[in-house]
Design a protein around this ligand. Structure first.
Ligand code: DLL
Length: 433
């Protein structure tokens, strides 16, 4: 089933005309309503009247996470705060998080695109869905909630965590659809076996997994372990949350809902477009959002794109799975972690050196583990064990407060962390995704 057939299967030329019309309006809208964009346009030497069709999009300046942070909290909004009905945040590097706001129509759009995702994954209107993405400031839970609500599914909003309860609910209520991070799904299989239940006998038939990178190998493992279809969903808070793109049951790329989120793939160094099929940075323009519309937002995620129509009948372009990032962000248990956040904490703690390394690992079917190795200065290292333990504890608490995930901290002797002549290697990712 296709949720919005006219939009999702529109002939390419009609789609381009619609995108053009929307882009022209958007350029005028942000210029008139958002002083930050007005300033950006002026610095760039363009005015809304220069934007006459989609072909003019490259004349527009990029928007970056830095623009959002610099104008925290409400500076990038195009409407007064009173028109905003919901706020979410995305974890950032140091300092302020990225705040995003939705008007009533934006929330409606969010439900529209996540309903498209659910249908794309094979959901039917009489299904029961278990939403085990976190509810709260994270966009995963509520994003899917709005789409499922629009479709009229029976929603079980379990949110993330409390695995035994998740599994009992699955057994008792028999939902056919599961939404959560792929790593959490694999973790649940472990618990399931421990409870004496064979995961292959579960009621889940379809899993919609995203918010973190995962590979074809992981897909095969999930599908085999749970006897379910596992499809990928992508999104980011700045754009809307989940609902930017979604794999259909053919699993040949993620359909970008490009009537509302216009994708470009660029060379991250030069900013120039790269041809279809070549990897580059995904840049998205929100064509119809009102509260905080973004022009040419640099996602930092690396993908390639194809405009070939899909066997499912959808004409919107498809990207590959996310194959990397252009910055040093890593995603751990669905949470974005920037090494600079850890550096920031260490800088404020006496006795530590700004030399550290983050080791991320995933032992078979377990959740990601994060160990942070921190060098301490000579004096601290020769001090009593008790003092070292208390420093370790302090660092752990401060980092956990910022990242919202549990970490292990290990203090190491001065000069033990390998120095680099170029970029310091801050992250050792041992996960075999
Ligand atoms: O992770 C939104 C989301 C929720 C997507 C639920 C899918 C499902 P943020 O917390 O702002 O938003 O993180 C966005 O996570 O730029 C990617 O680097 C990464 N990411 C999201 N989905 C995928 C995916 C949500 N399917 C950042 N594959 C993005 C790989 C993903 N990485």
């Amino acid at each position: 089933m296709i949720w919005n057939e006219p939009m999702e299967t529109m002939p390419l030329q009609d789609l381009k005309n619609l995108q053009s019309e929307r882009l022209v309006k958007l350029a005028r809208y942000v210029y008139d309503n958002c002083p930050v964009y007005k300033q950006k346009f002026e610095t760039h030497g363009i005015s809304p009247s220069d934007i006459r069709s989609l072909d003019d999009i490259t004349k527009l300046p990029f928007t970056t996470k830095m623009d959002m942070r610099d104008n925290y909290p409400y500076g990038l909004f195009s409407l007064p705060r009173t028109q905003i009905v919901e706020i979410h945040v995305s974890t950032g590097t140091t300092g302020n998080p990225t705040l995003v706001g939705y008007t009533r129509d934006d929330v409606d759009l969010w439900g529209e695109v996540t309903a498209r995702c659910l249908c794309c994954a094979g959901a039917k209107s009489d299904d029961i869905i278990q939403i085990a993405y976190g509810y709260g400031l994270f966009t995963g839970g509520l994003g899917f909630h709005y789409g499922a609500m629009k479709m009229g599914l029976t929603i079980i909003p379990t949110s993330s965590g409390q695995t035994k309860r998740q599994l009992k609910i699955m057994q008792d209520f028999k939902p056919r659809i599961l939404c959560c991070t792929p790593s959490y799904c694999l973790y649940m299989a472990e618990e399931c076996r421990e409870m004496g239940i064979d995961p292959r006998s579960s009621s889940w038939n379809i899993g919609i997994f995203g918010a973190e990178p995962w590979s074809e190998r992981m897909r095969a493992e999930i599908e085999q372990t749970w006897n379910m279809l596992a499809v990928d969903v992508y999104g980011l808070s700045e754009i809307i949350g989940p609902g930017v793109s979604q794999e259909c049951t053919y699993k040949e790329g993620l359909h970008v809902f490009s009537d509302v989120f216009y994708p470009e793939i660029i060379d991250p160094e030069t900013g120039k477009p790269v041809p279809d099929g070549q990897p580059g940075e995904l840049v998205i323009t929100t064509l119809t959002k009102q509260g905080i519309p973004l022009i040419r937002y640099r996602t930092r995620d690396i993908v390639s794109i194809t405009h070939e129509p899909c066997r499912c009948g959808r004409t919107c372009p498809r990207t590959s799975k996310i194959t990397g990032r252009t910055d040093d962000m890593i995603v751990v248990r669905g949470i974005n972690v920037f090494p600079s956040q850890i550096e920031h904490v260490l800088l404020g703690i006496e006795g530590t050196q700004p030399h550290y390394q983050i080791v991320v690992d995933r032992l078979a079917h377990k959740l990601d583990e994060v160990e942070i190795m921190v060098e301490v200065d000579e004096k601290m290292f020769s001090d009593e064990i008790k003092q070292m333990k208390s420093l370790e504890h302090k660092i752990k608490k401060e980092i956990e407060a910022i990242l919202s995930i549990g970490v292990t901290v290990k203090l190491v002797e001065p000069k033990t962390i390998q120095r680099s002549e170029g970029k310091a290697k801050r992250v050792i990712d041992k996960r075999q995704l």
